[in-house]
Every structure is written in structure tokens, then in C-alpha cells.
Design a protein around this ligand. Sequence first.
Ligand SMILES: [Zn+2]
Ligand SMILES: [Zn+2]
Length: 140
Amino acid sequence: MAYSGTCNCGAVQATITGEAAQTRQCWCRQCRKLASGGAAQNTMFRTSEVSLSGAVTSWSYTAASGNTLTQHFCASCGTPVYAQSSARPQFMTFRLGFLDEPHGLAPEMAIWTSEKPDWAILDPGIPHFAEQPPAPATQS
Ligand SMILES: [Zn+2]
Ligand SMILES: [Zn+2]
């Protein structure tokens, strides 16, 4: 199955030829700022299977893991496109909202629930992790 993605203005587009390695819902403070207060929905693809076009801007910070996380946004409309960890350049973590629908992907776990707001309701049907979950085998 192939996936595609488009930002709100259409300047940034992506084509992904491989399957998603993992789809997560993240409640960390940085993701909540990206997602206007709620959780960000993130799905990891292998960098080698992604082709991206259009201008992106980026912002980097040091995550709780000590790794540098770089967030990429459309340079025109600001749509969050993907994040990348300095520890895992072989993966690009796309924002689920950037992907064209229907894509059939849904969060498989909720992470960083220790930073969720009081009003947030977690899906009881998926595992919850207070902080970062153990790395899946596909990440190594
Ligand atoms: Zn755009
Ligand atoms: Zn996060």
C-alpha cells in the first residue's frame, strides 16, 4: 500500500511506498503545542521509502531522551509535516493529519500520558504509557 500526504496549502507533498512502522498518539507538551492543546497523532515511516517535495521550515529541541528532535512544517501554511530524531534518521515521523485520507491508520498506543491535560479522555482500547514506550524491534 502506498500513502500520500499534502499540507493545507498544497506546497508540500509526500509519497510513501512502505508500511507504517508504528502509529502513536503523543500527549507530550511539545506535541500538544503543535496540535493546539490535544495529542498529536504520529506515524513512523522508513526514510528510504519517503519522497518529499516542497519547502519546509524546521525547529529542533532536545527531547527527554537526550536526542535532538527536529520538527518540520510547511514554509507557507505552517502545517506540521514530520519529525525526525537524531537517534533514528532511518525513520520520519509524519503527522497523521498531513496524510491524505482514507489512509486506514489509527493510533496503536498513547504515550506521554503524564503530560495530558485533565480534560483529555484516553482510548481504553489501546495501551497507555506515562512517558516514552519501549522501542519496537522495527526501530533498531
Ligand atoms: Zn502548506
Ligand atoms: Zn510528543
